[in-house]
Design a protein around this ligand. Structure first.
Ligand code: KIV
Length: 282
């Protein structure tokens, strides 16, 4: 099929007869290969890296260096997908110059576009990134980098007034030239309104079924971790329990002497072994 380009993504609207976009996060080469072989359209090197891989409580801890490191790992797998890299918190908040340099670092690490969180207040930075020929994906609604401003990971735009503002935010991102917009943690009706209001695709997570695509975090959809399952996650596997059983079986085999077997060991010829024996192993 070939990788989707940013302009191709920008034209993907379900109302025009397109299939919904499938986006999945990945943070390393094996994950990227799995996402690619499964036929996803877009692999997102999300700053959820902080929480699902690096063990932090929120996404604020990851840096541009961290994101470049993981974007490069994903890119080295050469997935047959469009690679989007998240700009981490504080990498696009200070100055337009720094913002463009940070976006460029992610592109040089192997991304095909970058994603950043926020609506109208991000427009000046988005303009500068796009002017540097870097495609941008927006992200509005529940924006995890604003966890302290939002007072937690809370569903957004539940009131009519806030829903109207969200529609306006999506329109301004589309107008600025974003190739798509992620809608996270908003009521399904609101996501539908946004989807109807813009010509670029909406990609939902916790935003109901009426978006132009869906995104899930790799570890959530595979059940790699079982500590907390948000309402919007569907688990397609239970990798955690399969993995725990496998490692427990290995531990039992080591302790009982059943691993490694003769076939799992390297061997010396009898002649060399007796020579070794003759000289006392010296
Ligand atoms: O970082 C991430 O994984 C994301 C998705 C939740 C959209 O931004």
């Amino acid at each position: 099929m070939g990788k989707l380009t940013a302009p191709a993504i920008a034209c993907t609207k379900v109302r025009d007869g397109c299939e919904p976009l499938v986006m999945v996060t990945a943070y390393d080469a094996p994950g990227a290969r799995i996402v690619s072989e499964a036929g996803a359209d877009i692999v997102l090197v999300g700053d959820s890296l902080a929480m699902v891989v690096l063990g932090y409580d929120d996404t604020l801890q990851v840096t541009v260096d961290d994101m470049c490191h993981h974007t490069a790992a994903v890119a080295r797998a050469e997935p047959d997908c469009h690679i989007v890299a998240d700009m981490p918190w504080m990498s696009y908040h200070v100055s337009p110059e720094e913002t463009v340099q940070n976006a460029a670092r992610l592109m040089r690490a192997g991304a095909h576009s970058i994603k950043l969180e926020g609506g109208r207040k991000r427009l000046p930075m988005i303009d500068r990134i796009i002017a540097a020929e870097i495609p941008v994906m927006g992200h509005i609604g529940l924006t995890p980098q604003s966890i302290h401003q939002m007072g937690g990971f809370k569903v957004q735009a539940k009131q009519a007034e806030h829903a109207r503002k969200l529609v306006q935010a999506a329109k301004s991102l589309a107008h600025a030239g974003c190739c798509a917009v992620v809608l996270e943690g908003v009521p399904d009706r609101v996501a539908e309104m946004v989807t109807d209001a813009v010509d670029i695709p909406t990609i939902g997570i916790g935003a109901g079924s009426r978006c132009d695509g869906q995104v899930l975090v790799y570890h959530d959809l595979l059940g790699v971790d079982d500590r907390f399952v948000p309402k919007f996650v569907r688990r397609y596997a239970d990798v955690k329990s399969v993995s725990v059983s496998a490692v427990a079986a290995y531990a039992a085999d080591v302790r009982s002497g059943a691993f490694p077997s003769h076939g799992e060991s390297y061997h010396m010829s009898d002649a060399e072994a007796s020579e070794l024996h003759l000289y006392g192993g010296q």
